[in-house]
Design a binder for this molecule. Structure first.
Ligand code: AMP
Ligand code: GLY
Length: 436
């Protein structure tokens, strides 16, 4: 048994602020530390999430149970190091984290174990890749093998774009060593959903569904970002689709992890495309952690004690846990960013409007914020805040989130946010009721 009284949350985004908020509600928890945290988190440890040795020293000295937010420490092997030192931690080990850190590995894994995914080929030679795309009947999706901060997937619109993309990655090495290989895959059309499950290596328990908005502009257009907002639940995932995804994707993935000897304890995130013409779910990508901002829209709806489930993961007894309890109310999370993000932006602007009462069921999680010498909250990143609100229905949750967002400003009104977060859920509900 581990001592769960102190928790170390690794990371400094909205996801980690939200995780810490949720974990601190547990009667089992005494202190929650964040490394490095942000201007909104309480007890910050000034350590980079990549400095694994320092993190393990802190966890040992403060008897912490460690929860990892971002993928980088997982892909660097934080779980392997902590295991060697006998320190309790939740997350996949370095080998299993390759499901996220290598697209080539993930696609080959899916193919080997018959997990539904778009057909694909792998190339490291530019000429061969170009010859292949020239032979295709429609433009493909091209993916950089390694981690590329959300910029490594290019949905090509025509052949010249595919050729240029291949050259950028394989010839001009724009992604450095992360781009020594590429996946060229068939483009799928449909609705995207984030499906995240708890996994202890032997059983798997789904969290409620969610959907994020990756593009910078309203209408899901423009460059990809880390995520501009999310909502939960995703109406497209009804009970039948949920069990279909569990049967055809999540359980086969768990069995495949077991068969290939990969140790996975933590949050298994399947980025899915529910194909429009067939209603069949396909895996676009695996992540080995909670999504940001999906986490904020999911955990604010969770009534059960998350610590109990993390304990069960650590002790491999997830199968014996009762069902997770969820609030019926949907949640909407609107991300506020610095103007210019995901390109260049300025930092150090004082954030105004945080002190007014946010109201029950409205939460402002911080990401790129810090405190200045006068203890004021200032901007310190691209994604600055994620404002999350619950409501009796999606429209109410949207209204509540935006009425808070509209009261928060920095600089000379230099904040940016999308105005249409959650509307997809409202529209899809309207479309469904038209046919009922
Ligand atoms: P990934 O990192 O693989 O999830 O890709 C990032 C984004 O690219 C996804 O959220 C999709 O919007 C898009 N994408 C990736 N693969 C495909 C595909 N095979 N067909 C259509 N869109 C895709
Ligand atoms: N919101 C997408 C991600 O966390 O990868």
């Amino acid at each position: 048994m581990v001592d769960y009284r102190n928790i170390l949350v690794v990371g400094g985004g909205g996801r980690e602020h939200c995780l810490g908020w949720k974990l601190s509600q547990s009667p089992k928890v005494n202190k929650v530390f964040f490394a490095p945290g942000n201007g909104g988190t309480g007890m910050n440890v000034p350590t980079s999430p990549d400095d694994l040795e320092k993190l393990s020293d802190f966890a040992r000295d403060n008897s912490c149970f460690t929860i990892v937010g971002p993928e980088k420490p997982l892909t660097l092997g934080i779980v392997d190091l902590f295991a060697r030192k006998g320190l309790p931690i939740i997350g996949p080990n370095k080998k299993a984290a390759r499901l996220e850190s290598s697209k080539v590995f993930a696609k080959k894994f899916m193919k080997k174990y018959n997990i539904p995914t778009a057909s694909f080929s792998v190339f490291s030679n530019a000429d061969e890749a170009k010859k292949f795309v020239t032979s295709l009947s429609e433009p493909p999706v091209i993916k950089v093998d390694g981690l590329a901060q959300g910029k490594g997937v290019i949905v090509c619109h025509d052949l010249p774009e595919a050729i240029r993309t291949i050259d950028k990655i394989l010839k001009y090495k724009e992604f450095g060593s992360q781009g020594t290989s590429i996946v060229i895959e068939k483009r799928l059309y449909g609705n995207e959903v984030s499906f995240i499950a708890l996994c202890d290596g032997h059983s798997i328990v789904p969290l409620d569904s969610s959907q994020d908005h990756k593009n910078i502009w309203d209408g899901d257009i423009g460059p990809n970002t880390g995520g501009m907002g999310a909502y939960s639940p995703a109406p497209i995932i009804d009970e039948q689709m949920n069990s279909n995804i569990m049967k055809t994707i999540m359980e086969p993935t768990l069995n495949a992890l077991k068969k290939s000897g990969l140790s996975f304890k933590g949050f298994l995130y399947a980025g899915l495309m529910i194909e429009r013409s067939t209603n069949v779910p396909y895996v676009l990508e695996f992540n080995v952690r909670l999504g940001d901002p999906e986490c904020q829209s999911i955990l604010t709806r969770m009534d059960s004690d998350l610590v109990e489930y993390l304990e069960a993961i650590a002790e491999t007894r997830l199968a014996s846990m009762s069902q997770i309890k969820w609030k019926k109310d949907p949640a909407v999370c609107v991300v506020m960013t610095s103007k210019g993000y995901p390109g260049k932006y300025e930092e150090g602007k004082v954030v105004r409007g945080l002190n007014s009462s946010m109201g029950e069921g409205v939460y402002v999680f911080h990401s790129g914020t810090a405190r200045d010498p006068q203890d004021r909250i200032i901007t310190a990143g691209g994604r600055v805040l994620s404002v999350t609100a619950l409501g009796t229905d999606m429209e109410t949750a949207i209204d509540r989130a935006y009425s808070t967002v509209r009261n928060i400003h920095w600089g000379d009104n230099e904040e940016y946010y999308r105005n249409d977060i959650g509307y997809k859920a409202v529209n899809s509900k309207n479309i469904q009721s038209e046919f009922q």
